[in-house]
Design a protein around this ligand. Structure first.
Ligand code: FAD
Ligand code: NAD
Length: 479
């Protein structure tokens, strides 16, 4: 039986990055993936294809002049949408990146095994025995590992009453998940999105920009309730301006396809309401993926939400078994999965692996983008921590004016006495890139003064970050 220092189950951003880091550290590594391509949810049906479509649809939306291209003195004649080509571009990007992971595995001597990985419960000495089950349901390989890292990610969650209609994918997927919504072959006339979370907002935006009427049904009473209230309020205004319609505080009770149409039923207070539409995107969250993994064979029982419990260094309750990424409790983010994987394998190799959960940027890639980090003012109020807020509107930033991207603001929250940055929120074009500076600041325990005294190039959107820091100190210049 082949044996390895480390067997990784799942080749998403958590698993594949951990595999490469472990190989760099001199461990012998095998990575098992059940899907035909590497890269997991992120590269195949998540971060990357959604961002490709967000970019393409934003270009189309801009060209329809809804964002004032004419003000630049640019007139566009007949505008045409070639959706097949747009989807093809997205598929090509996915293919390039997933095959890139295969190439990285070869370069780093990571053994890549195709099949479903599962614990047998047997031991070869101290090592855990893992079977790699092929498409025929039979073990194609049996291998042993001193350490096993579970990086099996997540799968779509649903709600009672929703009947997915995804077998046909593409055209057949009247009631679908994000995966189907990345490949619908025509622009829906009326798309109903269940859930105003990250997927609902990103993919709802894609199809709204391409011309669909989009109605979003959300259970919570307001948009983005875990973010700063002024962020949620500003975002709602902007999305409404882009044509998305929202119903908050409603509970969807059924979504059913019928021929080329679908019907969504929801409870709005005492009233039951029905919407007829032609596509439904169910985006009510994701849940950990542990199907077929054989956890019971080694005595691991997932928690109530299906997550695998771990300690600060991603050790499970079983010696030599580790878990990271979407399958453990915490935010489901690709960059977090990567960092957890690196921390886990560095710890295995005797190094001091560490993940700072206060410095994880969270980005919604709509237009403008919405980025946040660290604590909100509501959380600080609850904890009784004194703070100061600095805020700077993009309207007052020269580069934003030149770009025609004046929507949004930067908000920085710093400790009232120590001035240490505790949290930040940005609504702006490319807010996801702007927040990186603040993630570094939080990682280095920087103060608002540190940001305010760092020289930011002029004219850049990033100057708004410096101005927000100055505002927290009562010294804003340009507003
Ligand atoms: P995954 O990426 O889910 O990878 C797990 C892998 O394990 C999969 O390939 C799966 O096939 C495999 N697997 C599972 N069980 C087994 C088994 N028993 N044997 C072998 N293989 C197995 N996050 C961001 O940070 N930014 C974004 O912009 C973003 N956009 C997203 C857009 C969409 C539409 C979706 C759905 C998600 C998005 N996410 C985004 C979330 C992100 O994709 C996940 O947080 C990330 O992929 C988690 O990484 P992971 O490695 O833990 O799991
Ligand atoms: P989410 O948790 O972000 O949002 C789900 C929303 O559905 C919530 O607002 C919830 O209140 C609502 N909801 C739940 N039940 C409902 C019901 N019965 N009726 C109406 N609304 C209901 O989940 P998601 O958008 O599906 O995304 C899944 C995961 O993928 C998230 O954890 C997210 O972190 C990750 N993701 C990240 C990115 C990114 O980082 N840009 C992009 C996409 C997905």
């Amino acid at each position: 039986m082949d044996s390895y220092d480390l067997i990784i189950i799942g080749a998403g951003p958590g698993g594949y990055v951990a595999a490469i880091r472990a190989a760099q550290l001199g461990l012998s590594v095998a990575c098992i993936e059940k899907d035909a391509t590497l890269g997991g949810t992120c590269l195949n049906v998540g971060c990357i294809p959604s961002k490709a479509l967000l970019e393409s649809s934003e270009k189309y939306y801009e060209a329809t002049d809804k964002k004032g291209l004419a003000a630049h003195g640019i007139a566009i004649g007949q505008l045409e949408l070639d959706l097949t080509k747009m989807l093809g571009r997205k598929d090509k990007i996915v293919k390039q990146l997933t095959s890139g992971v295969a190439m990285l595995f070869r370069k780093n001597d990571v053994e890549s095994l195709h099949g479903l990985g599962r614990f047998t419960g047997e031991r070869e000495g101290q090592k855990h025995v893992i079977e790699v089950v092929g498409a025929d349901g039979k073990p194609a390989h049996t291998i042993a590992g001193t350490n096993v890292l579970i990086a099996t990610g997540s799968k779509v969650a649903s709600i009672p009453g929703v009947e997915f209609d995804i077998l046909g994918s593409g055209a057949g997927a009247r009631v679908g998940t994000s995966t189907e919504a990345l490949s619908w072959p025509e622009v829906p006339e009326h798309l109903v999105v269940i859930g105003a979370g990250v997927i609902g907002l990103e993919l709802g935006s894609v199809w709204a920009r391409l011309g669909a009427k989009v109605t979003v049904l959300e259970y919570m009473p307001r948009l983005l309730p875990t973010m700063e209230t002024d962020v949620g309020d500003a975002a709602l205004k902007l999305f409404k301006r882009q044509g998305l319609a929202f119903h908050f505080g409603v509970r969807v009770t059924a979504a059913v396809a019928s021929g080329d149409a679908a019907k969504v039923t929801y409870q709005d207070g005492d009233e039951q309401k029905v919407i007829d539409c032609d596509r439904v995107l169910v985006a009510v969250g994701r849940k950990p993926m542990t199907d077929g993994l054989g956890l019971a064979q080694i005595g691991i029982e997932p928690d109530r939400r299906g997550c695998i419990g771990v300690d600060d260094h991603f050790r499970t309750s079983v010696e030599g078994v580790w878990a990271i990424g979407d399958v453990i409790p915490g935010p489901m983010l690709a960059h977090l999965a990567e960092h957890e994987g690196i921390c886990a394998v560095e710890t295995m190799a005797g190094q001091p692996g560490h993940v700072n959960y206060e410095a994880i940027p969270n980005v919604i890639y709509t237009h403008p983008e919405i980025a946040s980090l660290g604590k909100t003012t509501a959380e600080l109020d609850e904890a009784g921590v004194p703070y100061r807020v600095g805020k700077f509107p993009l309207m007052a930033n020269g580069r934003a004016k030149a770009l025609g991207e004046t929507d949004g603001f930067v908000k920085i929250v710093a400790h009232a006495q120590t001035d240490r940055i505790l949290g930040a929120s940005i609504i702006a074009a490319r807010a996801g890139d702007l927040i990186a500076e603040l993630a570094v600041a939080v990682e280095f325990s920087a103060s608002a003064e540190d940001i305010a005294r760092s020289i930011h190039a002029h004219p850049t959107m990033a100057e708004s970050v410096k101005e927000a820091a100055l505002d927290a100190l009562g010294r804003v210049i340009n507003f």
